[in-house]
Design a protein around this ligand. Structure first.
Ligand SMILES: [Zn+2]
Ligand SMILES: [Zn+2]
Length: 199
């Protein structure tokens, strides 16, 4: 059972918005409820690869991921809902974070390689099912350019989520988050700010 394999194309969260998320804005109680609903929706199966949590690799649990539509031209990041993913699929999506911690005791290089391979296998199987030509896909810090470059012909995945090309067009301070129609400004006011905070 694999319902939404395209979720694996979900880009990394743009740097200016790190530390800002619906779970931060709406609080723990909302987040607990939202996580519970996301996991129950597909009966404890990963939304991207379809594995049941008890059969998942690394951890026999699901992790909740906040999903966004992102317009890189305008710097607009809009919360559209939360999905539940196995540890491997979730890490595949957050590969920017993964690249920062790979090589640490908790995250050996082989785990990184396995997770990239897991994500690519799920995507490849989905492409074959659709009769689309698989040209590979390897996420990087700026995944959108690569994704549009490789697959300009893919139809929209859903009417809810949209990732619009235009990396580099919006300024750092254009980036903002929309949750329930309300606008929230970036937490880090510049790249230097971001660096100071995370290093
Ligand atoms: Zn999965
Ligand atoms: Zn996530």
């Amino acid at each position: 059972m694999s319902k939404y394999p395209w979720l694996l194309f979900h880009p990394n969260i743009p740097l200016p918005l790190h530390g800002l998320a619906p779970r931060v804005i709406k609080g723990q109680q909302w987040w607990n409820q939202t996580k519970r609903e996301a996991k129950a929706k597909l009966d404890q199966h990963c939304w991207a690869c379809g594995v049941h949590k008890y059969d998942a690799k690394y951890h026999q649990w699901l992790e909740a991921h906040e999903c966004y539509s992102i317009n890189y031209g305008k710097g607009e990041v809009k919360y559209v809902g939360t999905c539940a993913l196995c540890h491997a699929c979730h890490n595949y999506i957050h590969d920017g974070r993964m690249q920062m911690i790979v090589g640490s005791p908790d995250f050996p290089h082989q785990k990184y390689v396995d997770i990239i391979e897991h994500g690519e296998t799920v995507l490849k199987e989905w492409f074959e099912l659709k009769g689309w030509q698989w040209k590979g896909y390897k996420k990087a810090y700026q995944p959108m350019t690569l994704y549009f470059y490789l697959y300009p012909e893919l139809p929209p995945f859903s009417n809810k989520i949209e990732w619009i090309e235009g990396i580099g067009e919006a300024e750092w301070n254009d980036y903002h988050l929309i949750v329930d129609g309300k606008r929230y400004e970036a937490k880090h006011k510049s790249y230097e700010d971001w660096l100071r905070f995370y290093q």
